[in-house]
Ligand binder design. Sequence first.
Ligand SMILES: O=C(O)CCC(=O)C(=O)O
Length: 286
Amino acid sequence: MPEFNKDSFMRQGYIVLDQGLSKADMQMLEAASADLYRHSDYLLEQLQASGESLNDFYQKNLQELIVVPEIDDGLKVCRYEYIKGFNTVIREQLVPKLQTFIKTLTGDDFVLFKDKCNAKNPGGGAFEPHQDVIAYNHLKPNFHVTVAIFLDEATLENGCLFFPENYRRDLKGHDYELQTTPNGQLPILPSYDGGSSHGAIQQEVVDRIKWQPIVAKPGDVVIFDSYVPHYSEKNGSDKSRRAMFYTFNSLHFGDFYDDYYDMKHREFDNPSFHVATPTAHSKSTV
Ligand SMILES: O=C(O)CCC(=O)C(=O)O
């Protein structure tokens, strides 16, 4: 079991676990990822051949893996979601292990809320600075913990994540709406409403924060809460930078995974599911 620094998690909103997953875990994940990519490619090819929109397809296929293509290439996978719903190995082996990690870190039982893999293909994939909690506000839990798992190396060149050294210290003295959470009173930072930067943190707030890049190797893990701001830049390399994100909520709020993905399958084009994401998927058809 890796070492979990609870104080850092409380103070910064995240921790980094160097090689948090074992070689065996990563082999299992690589095999699962190959299956999930194969299936994603197959779905995008079928949809392109039939001319059906993603929105129409998912309304009729509520148990399917959700695949979001790149805006400029309907056959290229930008991300896929609903991994636990679709892949047995991840459901039975990985998710329970991540629940143990979070229990060790927080002392609490968490259940999976959502999951996804970002392909972050060459030339794209920038995420503006944002707080994840903004994207989840249509369901009850107001505190989530995400486990990010890097399948590929994440570097400055290919768009690693940036997290604040200590955003609450940087933003001291400014009045923001506060939410009561298991990690104390955490702020909802002012964000843009509507337009291409919908959900992104307003620039004057971004400028007050001291950011640091989190470069990572395959098997490294970052665990972060849904309030800590983060962003990533475009992938300037010639290879994809795959990372999986498993987001959990405290069990006492209830289990929302099926409700969340039922809604997402039925309302694929709903812009509230596409907050601060790199491409305008809500408009995409294939
Ligand atoms: O994959 C990335 O580079 C960033 C992902 C992210 O920030 C998010 O999905 O909220």
